[in-house]
Every structure is written in C-alpha cells, then in structure tokens.
Write a protein that binds this ligand. Structure first.
Ligand SMILES: Cc1ncc(C[n+]2csc(CCOP(=O)(O)OP(=O)(O)O)c2C)c(N)n1
Length: 556
C-alpha cells in the first residue's frame, strides 16, 4: 500500500509514536501549532508547562528514567532560549533528550525575523547534534537520526528546529523502521585483560556512573561485586546505580564526599570505572588520580569512544555500554582467595558510620533527622527529585535510594530541577510517592511548575528548605570574603500559602518534630503539596556552621 499524504507535522508525530514516545512536555507557541494539532487525540500524553526551562527539565528527567530520549516542544527564539537550561543539564548528565523548537518561515530566514534564532550557533556546543529540518520530505530521516544520536555513544541532547512553513507542507513519504538504541559490547581481548588485571590487584574498587543503565545491568553489577568481594562507590548523583544497603556499598563520590571513601579510592590499586565519565565532581576536582596515575590503575569502561583517553588516560579502556559490559562480567572468574578480602565490608562499615546517625545542627530543625525519617518511612520505591544547593548535602549523606529510578538530580548542579523532575516522574508513575526537595532559592527558579502538578492532579510533595539565603554562595562568601555578606540574603514568601493559592496543600514546619505529621497530612490530602521547612541559616552543611566558617576565615 502506498503511503498517504501527510503534513510534515503529522509525519513528525507519527515518528514519535513509531519510536516509542509516550510523553511530550511543552509550552505552546504559534510557530508549531500544526504539531500540537497533530498531537490531538494521539496516544501520547502531552504535559503543558509554565516555562520552557521546566518543560525541558521534565523531558531530561524522562530521558534519565527510561534511557530513551525525553521529548520537549517549545516555540522559537525565547521559547528555545528558556529551554536551554534543560538542554545543558542533559549535556552534563549524558541524558538522551530531543528538543524540538519552532523556527521562522524559510523565506524570511537570515533577516533577524521575529523570534528567529541561529540554532546551530546557540545550541551547537551544548548538544550532540543541532539541525534545522528544511525539507518536509526528510522529516522521518531527521527524527530517526535524532533518536539514534541522542542515545548512541555518550548519550546527550539533540535540538531539531522546525521552520513554520515546512511543518504545514504536505508530503507523501514512508516511515522508517522503529529505532532501537545501539549497544556496544566489550571485546574478548579487553575482558581477558581485565581478568588479568583483577588477578594481579591487591586493593581494587568499582566506581559506577553514567546513564542508560537498566535493572538487569544493576543486578549483574551487584552480583559481580559479590562474587569478587569488591567495594563499590557511585559517582556524583548516580546513587540509584547500587543499593546503599548492599554489603559492598562504599558511598558516593559527590560534593562533600566521605573523606574515608575518597582516601579508599585514592589508595585503590585498580579502579574499575563503569559508565562514569569521572567528572570534575566525581573525581574530587580531578584529584582522584595524580598525574600519570590513571595510566597505572584505571580501567575505564565508557559507551563513547571519544571520552576514553580524553581526560583520563586509563591502563585499560573498554568501549562498551553499561548493560553490555555488565553482561560480559558474568564470564570473569574471581580469585580463590582475593587479597582484598574484607575491604568491601570495611568500606560498607565506613559508609554506614557516615550516614547512619544524625549530625547536630543549630536551631529547632535538624535536616539530617528529617532525611533519616524519610528514608525510614517512605515506601522503598519512592522517587526523590532535587535541584542544587547546600541542602542537597543532607540528601546525599543521609537519604537512601533503593531503586534504579529512585533519584533524579541535575549532574550539572543546576538549580530549579526538583519540581519539574517530580512532575515528570509523577506523570510516568501515577501510583508512586514522588518528592521534590528544594532550597528556597532553588524552588523559585521553577516553582511555577507546581501549577502543572495542580493542573494534572499530581500529588507530589515538595519540601522547601528555607534558610532565607542562597546558602551555598553565602558559604563561599564567608570563606573568601568573611563577614562581607552581599547579594545572598533572600526575603521569602509564605510557601505554604503559595501552595494553597495554586490549589494545593501547604503547611509550615518550624521544628523537627512537626515534620512527620505535616508530611503525613500532605500525603493524606492527595493534593500537590508544599511543606515550607524553615531552618536556621547558621547550619550550612551537615557538619559546618556559617559562624564557624567565618571565624576560621578571619583567623587565617
Ligand atoms: C541555575 C543556577 N543558577 C545559579 C547557581 C549557583 N548556585 C549554586 S547553589 C546556589 C544557592 C542555592 O540556594 P538555595 O536553593 O536556597 O539552597 P542553599 O544553598 O541555601 O541550601 C546558587 C545561587 C546554580 N548552581 N544554578
């Protein structure tokens, strides 16, 4: 049967369905009305957002969760530049994502026409591929390539610009085959080399990171860790890759990592890094390996060949996706009596000692106690989303992520991520408990997406940790310019009233003991909720106070 004529917009939506897209996040614009019309009555859930930054972060969270590109639609010019916030997060998080953005009519391009944007110039350095679909007859080709590029090698974002007049053109073209991500398997020589390195190691350790893992890979890695008795660390904001209560878990290499873990990784004679880029944060500002050391003790397993040898020159480079590498590990044999026996248990004991008990904090609210209450009382499949700021230090240290999709956070350290990510995850998983944890500065960067939660009846619970400050920056200010507080104080609204004004549930928490009943009331309301948690700004990290940091800096 020959294909029937369709507009390019219809071809585009047909391709999304063909490639398995179930969710699209957007802010509407007149530049792509024909796509919105083509989405009418189709089997795709469309979430209409309040700001393109939020919409793009929702798509990024879906890409993180599924390993397939999250999809976002925005209008040209200002819509696209707003969305850049989410595109950059996808870039730094190695997250597959496609941003479709409107563009001016083809016959007025290059005149600085209304809301025209040079997409390649603006997004070129931030994406894996940026292109403009000029020819309606090639829509299926462009979309298919976008899905492949976003997931292949090191995953990342793609931007496709859609000239307005092109979208309305009618074409007669066939659809291509449905896309499947390309997986790269390790070769037999590389696995033999790894076997030999493990046989000669005295103190090996595994470090997990990156994207596009799945449940089977996570289980295989855990089984490998058990067979080889290896301690296992996770990279910055890759907590879901390993169960924190597994007897091999050593903790995460994030900001303010456990010093004992950092020392353990530095002392390891073989670091098997799987999927991780070993970014600036994970590498503790590029100090995990002294110059030349990586050549001696790093095995770097990564899905993008370009990354291997770029920052770290490893002893052994293995070009493979985490899923295929994890499967290949099953063929390796552990030594009968590994010389490192006991190191996994010791590393896990260090992790438990670091995370088990609350640390003291000035004022009536203790965030470590709240995190411990959450880890003990939330269902194991709860999903926690957070943005950026010092408040995340309590999450990383005291919360425990029990599932592969239990935590969503920006690897780029971008503020404003928590609420959009929570909205996206509650759209994907209507039956699960979804939390957004924000700082007061962090929350108002995309707090308007609380309206999206209300619009779609999503009972997310948002915690706003309010210290009346851009606390992280204040901390750096006290270190570098002690006593000269400037441009970091915040005068905040009543966030509980904000929730109610939007049609949600709101409550204020001023003491640790008030948190549990407030949380339970929020869940019982079945409404999108905000708990406004006010805490003393002097307690700036789980172990430091602002006054202490200032005094130390003045005494230097
Ligand atoms: C989009 C974005 N803008 C600015 C920053 C720089 N920044 C990092 S943390 C921070 C303050 C966060 O304040 P808040 O959310 O109140 O959390 P706190 O640090 O007080 O816990 C700022 C401004 C950033 N990381 N991301």
């Amino acid at each position: 049967m020959s294909p029937k004529p369709r507009t390019a917009a219809e071809v585009l939506v047909d391709q999304l369905i063909l490639h398995g897209v179930r969710h699209v996040f957007c802010v509407p614009g007149e530049s792509y009305l024909s796509v919105l019309d083509a989405l009418h009555d189709r089997d795709i859930q469309v979430t209409v957002c309040r700001q393109e930054g939020g919409a793009a972060m929702m798509a990024e969270a879906v890409g993180k969760a599924t390993g397939r590109p999250g999809v976002c639609f925005v209008t040209r010019g200002p819509g696209a530049t707003n969305a850049a916030h989410g595109v950059h997060i996808a870039r730094q998080g190695s997250t597959p994502m496609i941003l479709f953005a409107g563009q001016v009519d083809r016959d007025v391009r290059e005149r600085d026409a209304w809301q025209e944007l040079d997409y390649k110039a603006v997004f070129g350095s931030m994406t894996k591929w940026t292109a403009e679909v000029d020819d309606a007859g090639r829509m299926a080709e462009y979309v298919s390539r976008a899905f492949h590029v976003a997931t292949a090698g090191q995953p990342g974002p793609v931007v496709l610009a859609l000239p307005h007049d092109m979208l309305g053109e009618t074409v007669t073209c066939a659809d291509g085959p449905a896309f499947e991500p390309v997986e790269t398997s390790p070769g037999a020589p590389e696995m033999a080399a790894l076997q030999a390195l493990l046989a000669g190691a005295a103190a090996p350790l595994m470090l997990l990171g990156g994207s596009r893992w799945d449940q089977a890979a996570r289980a295989r890695i855990a089984a490998f860790a058990e067979r080889f008795e290896l301690p296992v660390a996770t990279g910055f904001r890759r907590l879901p890759l390993f169960d924190p209560l597994h007897p091999s878990y050593a903790g995460d290499l994030g900001l303010a990592a456990n010093p004992k873990l950092v020392a353990r990784v530095k002392a390891a004679d073989l670091v098997l890094a799987v999927g991780a880029r070993i970014s600036e944060v994970t590498s503790q500002s590029y100090t995990l390996f002294e110059p030349g050391e990586a050549e001696a003790r790093l095995v770097h397993v990564f899905p993008g060949a370009e990354e291997l040898g770029r920052v770290w020159r490893p002893r052994l480079a293995i070009h493979a996706t985490p899923t295929r590498f994890a499967a290949a590990l099953e063929a390796l044999t552990p030594p009968a009596s590994p010389p490192w026996r006991g190191s996994a248990a010791a590393a896990h004991a260090d992790y438990l000692a670091w995370s088990q008990t609350p640390t003291p904090q000035p004022g009536p609210v203790n965030l470590s106690e709240i995190m411990i209450w959450l880890r003990e009382n939330l269902p194991p499949d709860a999903i926690l989303c957070n943005g950026a700021g010092n408040f995340t230090g309590w999450i990383h240290r005291f919360y425990r992520v029990r599932t592969i999709d239990g935590h969503f956070a920006p690897n780029s350290g971008s503020m404003g991520y928590a609420v959009p990510a929570a909205v996206a995850m509650q759209r994907l998983h209507p039956g699960r408990q979804v939390l957004a944890v924000s700082g007061d500065g962090d929350f108002l960067m995309n707090g308007q997406e609380f309206a999206t939660a209300v619009q779609y009846g999503l009972p997310i619970v948002v915690l706003v940790f309010d210290n009346a400050s851009y606390g992280t920056i204040r901390m750096h200010q006290e270190r570098e310019f002690p006593g000269r507080v400037f441009a970091t104080d915040l005068k905040n609204p009543d966030f509980a009233a904000y929730a109610r004004a939007f049609g949600g549930f709101g409550a204020t928490v001023g003491r640790t003991a008030d948190f549990a009943p407030a949380f339970e009331a929020a869940v019982a309301s079945r409404l999108p909720s905000i708990l406004h948690v006010r805490f003393d700004q002097d307690g700036i990290t789980p172990t430091q106070t602002l006054s202490g940091i200032r005094a130390a800096a003045l005494g230097r």
